[in-house]
Design a binder for this molecule. Structure first.
Ligand SMILES: Nc1ncnc2c1ncn2[C@@H]1O[C@H](COP(=O)(O)OP(=O)(O)OP(=O)(O)O)[C@@H](O)[C@H]1O
Length: 480
């Protein structure tokens, strides 16, 4: 059984699963061959159990179809390829009670390799008190959490459900949740909000808890300062004494070797001490260039969850929630209008709402679609310019590698008809043109053809992973 064959099957599974599920459960798996057997490593028991329950049988089926008369033999383990749990050393009792004829499981809850290069505890410092105060001064600001970022204020939707559940688990059950918890995704999608929500919840449960939040650049700056002041020991002690360490945007650690080194040791010390670590990143950590492999591998010990841009219904719910918080009356159709047009991320959505509210206060008029059009005039004009039917046709043709003329033609072959339907559905979703106008722009088709295309694509987005992915990619290209 080869690793390549496994990778092929993983690729096939990628087509069958929504991207978020794939990224959360399948992507962190590592694999290596041992004789005829494949050893598949999950970063923790949670992932292992989930993969075992939900995806392993499908993977075995795919492997079976491709490995002719050999019965696929796969062992699912906890650990990682570079430091796998030594199988021979595991007593039989480690195998969880899951019967899997062709996929025996061996699990080791704790990461097998203790960090060999973890630094010993630092000696008590003898630095003069003045320097100590300076360093503490530099560190003090780190502990402030944004009290407004709570679970209650966080609107749940398909795109953030998993991340919210994982964060809640950590908040409600630290030490038994995932450690580290790493949330990743594009800008303004609520990573910082969720991270603070955990911190706030920990503080609510235990007001004496030392919960420290900071941006990774702050960590770097503090470390540089501590080095300059020859007070790195205080720095180490401070960060290792926390109950929970929350670090935002760890991609900024890339290429900062000394900081990574320090962070690595802090991280290990916290994990060993059972203290909680929560991290965010703007991309999948394995894809951060200039980040040491050993750090990437440590991140995998906990749970890594993707956050996606919210879908329309969630955007509407977020707007309603924000309006409620500011005690502003926002009619549902007005929220819908804004949510339909501002789709890139939640921060932009909030920004648009703030502008609308300010405009309403300023003119002393209630919030109506008319008022929204007026207050977001420049934004909407810019968007209309970007998202014209012409632009949609150009982008779709490019994406599917067909000619724009094909989209407008009468050709009915699948390779052209499906992209045409996608382009029509996108035109309906992203522009304010009527069905009739859209039909006219696609070679003079009537409005029922456009309606049929929109329904067909909506249906396929539910049932066909390829179309779902294509549509998502095209939406992203056209709106960001
Ligand atoms: N699901 C949500 N419900 C309510 N508010 C949300 C939600 N998601 C994001 N927000 C709000 O959107 C704004 C941006 O969120 P946040 O700062 O957490 O994004 P981020 O993913 O950390 O972005 P960046 O990578 O740019 O730091 C915040 O004001 C936050 O409260």
């Amino acid at each position: 059984m080869s690793v390549e064959l496994w990778q092929q099957c993983v690729e096939l599974l990628r087509d069958e699963l929504p991207a978020q599920q794939f990224n959360t459960w399948i992507r962190p798996l590592q694999v290596e061959a041992e004789g005829d057997e494949l050893l598949v490593y999950a970063p923790n028991r949670f992932v292992l159990d989930w993969v075992n329950e939900k995806y392993l049988s499908r993977l075995l089926e795919l492997l079976g179809e491709r490995s002719e008369d050999v019965t696929p033999s796969v062992s699912l383990l906890i650990g990682s390829k570079r430091s796998p749990a030594p199988r021979a050393a595991q007593p039989a009792s480690l195998a969880p009670p899951v019967a899997l004829a062709s996929a025996p499981m061996v699990a080791d809850e704790s990461p097998s390799a203790k960090p060999v290069d973890a630094q010993p505890a630092t000696n008590p410092t003898t630095v003069p008190s003045e320097r100590l105060v300076q360093v503490e001064g530099a560190l003090k600001h780190t502990s402030y959490l944004n009290r407004a970022f709570t679970f209650e204020n966080f609107v749940e939707g398909k795109s953030n459900q998993l991340a919210r559940a994982a964060a809640w688990q950590v908040a409600d059950n630290p030490k038994h949740g995932y450690n580290p918890l790493l949330l990743y995704g594009g800008v303004g999608l609520g990573k910082t909000h969720l991270m603070h929500a955990v911190g706030n919840h920990l503080l609510k449960k235990n007001p004496n808890a030392k919960v420290v939040y900071l941006h990774s650049e702050r960590f770097v700056a503090d470390m540089v300062k501590a080095l300059q002041l020859n007070a790195i020991n205080e720095f180490k002690r401070f960060y290792r004494s926390v109950d929970a360490l929350l670090i935002d945007d760890i991609q900024f650690f890339a290429k900062k070797e000394r900081s990574q080194e320090e962070f690595f040791h802090t991280f290990n010390a916290l994990l060993e001490g059972g203290q909680q670590v929560i991290l965010t990143s703007d991309r999948y950590p394995k894809e951060i260039e200039g980040l040491e492999e050993r750090l990437k591998s440590r991140f995998g010990w906990g749970l890594t969850v993707a956050m996606e841009p919210p879908e329309l219904e969630t955007r509407v719910a977020i707007l309603m929630k924000k309006a409620e918080q500011t005690k502003i009356e926002l009619p549902h159709d007005a929220a819908f209008f804004i949510a339909q047009r501002i789709r890139s991320n939640v921060r932009e959505l909030e920004g648009a709402l703030k502008r609308v509210i300010a405009h309403s206060h300023f003119t002393n008029h209630p919030i109506t679609i008319e008022l929204i059009r007026e207050s977001l005039k420049d934004l909407l004009a810019l968007q209309d310019k970007l998202v014209s039917i012409d632009n949609i046709q150009r982008t779709v043709a490019e994406y599917y590698k067909i000619k724009i003329a094909d989209l407008l033609s009468k050709r009915r072959s699948r390779s052209v008809a499906r992209p045409r339907q996608v382009a029509m559905a996108l035109s309906k979703e992203l522009t304010n043109h009527s069905l009739l106008e859209i039909g006219n722009s696609f070679g003079g088709r009537d409005h029922t053809t456009v309606l049929h295309a929109c329904r067909k694509i909506a249906e396929l987005r539910e049932s066909d992973a390829d179309i779902r992915e294509d549509y998502k990619n095209l939406l992203r290209t056209l709106t960001t």
